[in-house]
Design a protein around this ligand. Structure first.
Ligand SMILES: C[S@@+](CC[C@H](N)C(=O)[O-])C[C@H]1O[C@@H](n2cnc3c(N)ncnc32)[C@H](O)[C@@H]1O
Length: 211
């Protein structure tokens, strides 16, 4: 079966028309991502990240899998003065590009860059974090959930991207899909998180740490 669009294309297009004018650097980053075919979360999900971070007045955010900084830019705007976003990314070239965008946005003081394996980088921080966002390689999601459990405060929010995996969760049996299904089951049945799956873009899981 071919990959599915999670939101009906016409509804997706309508949602795009509702978006307010973006911050100019975010717009430039979005255009770069689209031109390169780089899988960023995009403005619709970006607004959700911003919304959730602002709603809990997050000041410390841990991001696993930052790419060239698009989603981290939404968080950097949300945490405000004195807030911090810990970014983790495996590729130096992506981090270099991210650093350039944050410098131009005047927000370098709100981000920390870590190059290398995201789960190892996260181990260097004691936390607790107010919000953890995970967007690394999908087969690593179960391990990322373990890291989030160690680092996230009670009352904090955990978000995973790609939890509907372009519909592959319906019929595919590979390491990435199995890991997403395992993570979803665990989040929905554990008693330390309350989770809802939001079919926005490729599906976000949003979990509140309740214990
Ligand atoms: C989907 S992209 C991230 C996009 C970003 N969250 C955004 O929306 O702007 C995933 C990124 O995670 C990085 N990545 C994947 N697995 C990783 C790992 N285990 N450690 C560090 N980086 C990883 C990849 O190099 C890639 O840049």
């Amino acid at each position: 079966m071919a990959d599915l669009e999670i939101t009906h294309p016409q509804i997706y297009a309508y949602l795009e028309t509702t978006l307010a004018e973006e911050d100019p650097i975010l717009r430039e980053m979005g255009e770069y991502g689209r031109a390169q075919g780089f899988p960023i979360i995009g403005a619709q999900a970006g607004r959700m990240l911003y919304f959730l971070a602002r709603a809990i007045q997050a000041k410390n955010v841990l991001e696993l899998g930052s790419g060239f900084g698009y989603s981290a830019m939404w968080f950097a705007l949300a945490v405000g003065l004195g807030g911090k976003v810990v970014m983790t990314e495996g590729k130096q070239s992506n981090v270099d590009r991210a650093r350039d965008y944050f410098a131009r946005a005047g927000l370098l003081d709100r981000v920390e860059f870590n190059v290398g394996d995201a789960l190892t980088s996260a181990g260097r921080y004691r936390g607790p974090f107010d919000l953890v966002f995970c967007d690394i390689d999908k087969h690593e999601y179960p391990q990322a959930l373990g890291v989030a459990r160690e680092k996230l405060r009670v009352g904090g929010i955990l978000i995973f991207d790609n939890m509907l995996w372009y519909g592959r969760i319906l019929n595919q049996d590979d390491a990435a899909t199995r890991a997403i299904l395992q993570t979803t089951r665990e989040l929905m049945h554990t008693d330390d998180f309350f989770t809802t799956l939001v079919p926005l873009r490729d599906g976000l899981s949003v979990s509140l740490r309740i214990k």
